[in-house]
Design a binder for this molecule. Structure first.
Ligand code: GLY
Length: 308
């Protein structure tokens, strides 16, 4: 038995390949790396990897995280430039005793010394997007912070019971250089303990980190919740707390995978597309808030309209 889940429609093709790898006996780590590198390499997905959303200075600054839930070890890079596949750097850093989370120049030097491919991650399109947005800022026109969708997160359970979580993103559009979101931060953007399950988050990192949401979900599964209830309860907890502080719920979506292969998803958006994979293939799904709970079902063409 194996299972894999990822955020947004953009991970569908990579996750389909990853599910085929798992069906052939590959490890959860290889499956997560395959699914995420497919998104990182595709400049049509503007919030991850090559052609990602630039920071204010026009540079594409990348965050990624990786956790091995059997060894309870993690690795990550943050605010790093020119690393073609940030998830591969994060995976290589996982397993180190120390120095497993590297920022900026240190992350780039590590990637070079590890022999990972480096490239200028800007494209003509990403630079044009940045120029246009900077012009809007100068004109003081309202600016939508997110163009396209946020972090690709993938959680996998392989047929040997190994579990892995991975994330990759270029982060908040027009962020200040040096700003780091939740995606490389263990416990916030991702968490994995193979005894209970794995979780990951996409959305505004500043909010996700306030609730340490991925650790919270795994912690709820440790206490007996299934993956779906854990996603719903963790999100409700933060949204209620923010509401009590007079703040809106914000933009957050969560996924989880239990150690038994159960899937979960929750969101504050009207619709959150995600992808699941198991022995029956890969499936495009959608989560939608419905009162105090989530409606989970196969994604319709209407729900996927406008999705990259
Ligand atoms: N969730 C990604 C970020 O806020 O950077």
């Amino acid at each position: 038995m194996f299972a894999i889940i990822g955020t947004w429609k953009m991970c569908h093709d990579g996750l389909t390949e990853a599910a085929a790898l798992l069906a052939g006996g590959a490890s959860a780590g290889d499956a997560v790396e395959r699914a995420i590198t497919r998104v990182e390499d595709n400049p049509a997905y503007v919030s991850v990897g090559y052609g990602g959303l630039p920071a204010r200075d026009g540079h594409v600054l990348l965050d990624a995280g990786y956790m091995d839930g059997n060894a309870l070890r993690y690795g990550g890079i943050m605010a790093a430039e020119n690393i073609q596949n940030p998830i591969r750097a994060a995976r290589l850093l996982c397993g180190r005793e120390t120095n497993c989370l590297l920022a900026g120049r240190g992350a780039e030097q590590f990637a070079v010394s590890a022999g990972l491919p480096m490239r200028d991650m800007r494209t003509a399109e990403s630079t044009a997007r940045w120029r246009e947005a900077m012009q809007s800022l100068r004109d003081e026109a309202p600016l939508d912070a997110y163009r396209g969708h946020d972090t690709v997160c993938v959680l996998a359970l392989d047929s040997s019971g190994r579990m892995v979580a991975g994330t990759s993103t270029s982060g908040l559009f027009l962020k200040e250089p040096g700003r780091v979101g939740d995606s490389p931060i263990v416990g916030s953007g991702f968490y994995c303990d193979a005894r209970y399950g794995a979780a990951a988050a996409t959305g505004l990192g500043e909010d996700v980190m306030r609730g340490c949401l991925s650790y919270e979900i795994v912690s709820l599964m440790r206490r007996g919740a299934d993956a779906q209830s854990a996603c719903e309860e963790a999100l409700r907890g933060l949204a209620d707390r923010k509401r009590a502080l007079g703040e809106a719920a914000g933009s957050i979506s969560l996924i989880a995978l239990s150690a038994q292969g159960g899937f979960g998803a929750s969101t504050t958006l009207d619709v959150f597309p995600f992808v699941t994979g198991d022995g029956t293939g890969a499936h495009l799904m959608a989560a939608q808030p419905a009162g105090n709970t989530m409606r989970i079902g196969t994604a319709t063409a209407e729900e996927l309209a406008g999705e990259p």
